[in-house]
Design a protein around this ligand. Structure first.
Ligand SMILES: [Zn+2]
Length: 288
């Protein structure tokens, strides 16, 4: 037995045990269930090459995809009082913040950067859905205000990419106060005669939909993005009617005049640059 158990069996075992394969090399498309190699997915900006489904993206990825190569600088954002209500549900809010920061490597649910898109100056604020569901608390409000001020200072259009579950419940009324604040911020940009463009991405709901996300001079959405205020199930229960197919999806909203365009992710930078050109005044065009 010794020859078999001590020599042959270990050899066979090494033949059949797989070397450690990272489990994130292949991704399954949530829409068509096809497997996609991670490099193909990254090259295609997280759009499924089989069915065109637009997967969710991080704020950092969106900055990379939107601005010209090496064409942007992130700005440091104000840091409001953390956990102003000392809120606790199943977990402390301060612990939730800590976890979210470790997971996303961002301070809160938004990043702001300035740079060039297709050679045109722009300021972009991009929401991070992975940070407590992209919820809007004081930090997000502060960031939108900072982005608006920067746009005015630089005399550049403001582009906002939204992705949000709504209000940051752990900040209570302070979270709700961000709605009028961000509305005023968007008005500051418009008062300066600068374009304010909103790109709605999957999902955009609640207090973000009910404030700055619907106030763009141009409202763009990514294909298939879920955009609404309350969830479909809540509405269905309230109105006691079956909702139509595609309700709250970008294409449905385009058909019903809520948004202006549905733009593929790969076409987004070119579209934004073109729109900025069209919306610019003669002075701005001359300065660019
Ligand atoms: Zn797919």
């Amino acid at each position: 037995m010794s020859w078999l158990t001590e020599y042959v069996r270990p050899k066979i075992r090494t033949l059949f045990t797989r070397s450690e394969v990272p489990d994130n090399l292949w991704h399954q498309c949530p829409n068509c269930q096809q497997m996609i190699f991670h490099r193909d997915l990254a090259a295609n900006r997280k759009v499924c090459q089989h069915c065109g489904h637009h997967m969710r993206a991080t704020a950092a990825e969106r900055l990379e995809w939107t601005f010209d190569t090496n064409g942007y600088t992130r700005i440091e954002l104000p840091k409001p009082v953390a956990d102003p209500l000392r809120f606790r549900d199943t977990k402390r809010y301060s612990d939730r913040l800590k976890e979210a920061r470790e997971k996303t490597h961002t301070d809160d649910a938004i990043l702001v950067a300035h740079g060039t898109i297709g050679g045109r100056k722009a300021v972009a604020a991009v929401m991070e859905f992975n940070f407590i569901g992209g919820s809007m608390g004081a930090a997000v409000g502060d960031a939108i205000v900072a982005a608006a001020r920067l746009a005015v200072l630089q005399h550049a259009p403001l582009i906002v990419f939204t992705a949000s579950g709504g209000a940051r419940m752990q900040e209570g009324a302070i979270s709700l106060m961000q709605m009028p604040r961000t509305v005023i911020a968007s008005q500051v940009v418009k008062d300066a005669g600068l374009p304010f463009i909103v790109v709605l991405t999957d999902p955009t709901t609640g207090g973000v939909t009910a404030s700055f996300a619907m106030l763009g001079d141009i409202q763009i959405a990514e294909p298939g993005a879920m955009i609404g205020f309350a969830g479909a199930r809540v509405i269905e229960q309230t109105v006691r009617e079956k909702l139509p197919d595609g309700f709250q999806r970008a294409e449905y909203l385009l058909q019903h005049g809520i948004i202006d365009m549905v733009v593929k992710r790969t076409d987004m930078p070119e579209t934004l640059s073109r729109l900025m050109g069209l919306l610019a005044t003669k002075d701005q065009r001359d300065a660019a």
